[in-house]
Design a protein around this ligand. Sequence first.
Ligand code: HEM
Length: 160
Amino acid sequence: MGFSEKQEAFVKESWEVMKEDIPALSLYLYTMILEISPEAKGLFSFLKDTDELPKNNPKLKSHAVKVFKMVCEAAIQLWEKGEVVVSGSTLKYLGSVHLQKGIVDPQFEVVKEALIRTVEKAMGEKCSEEMKDAWSNEAYDQLAAAIKTEMKQEAAALNV
Ligand code: HEM
């Protein structure tokens, strides 16, 4: 079944709320990532040498916002085009950053769970199973699949 107008509306509605509170929600996303997977700390340049999550760290905020925003854009594309199409240069960049960092499939699941918890935190009582599903099992999964495919292609090309 394709992505529905209602699912797109759920994602857009929550992004409108989330973008008003980026610094706090960025920290929350990372709190959740580290709660689910403490070893993820070593992956991020801005976390590995600190015991606390750095408040107002531009890199921390940037990654969180890219995850929120790109998943939101993926939802819009799913509704408008029926698929997630990340532009070639952006996809290449995403593929190479995550390949260099050695990100593996289970870590994509960690960020997905942390993202769902962040949507729940932001939306409170307005958060429904359908809303979480639209973010995670549709928009995030398809975006993550595009990034993973690009990572595999780049890894294969580098081995040649
Ligand atoms: C849909 C999912 C994701 C998107 C859209 C995304 C996006 C990005 C982007 C755009 C960058 C470049 C730096 C920046 O501009 O902030 C980046 C860096 C990075 N990403 Fe992701 N990412 C995703 C998932 C993940 C996952 C699952 C992990 C692993 C836990 C991860 C780990 C990293 C790391 C370690 C960096 C380098 C950050 C640093 O140390 O400065 N990302 N990501």
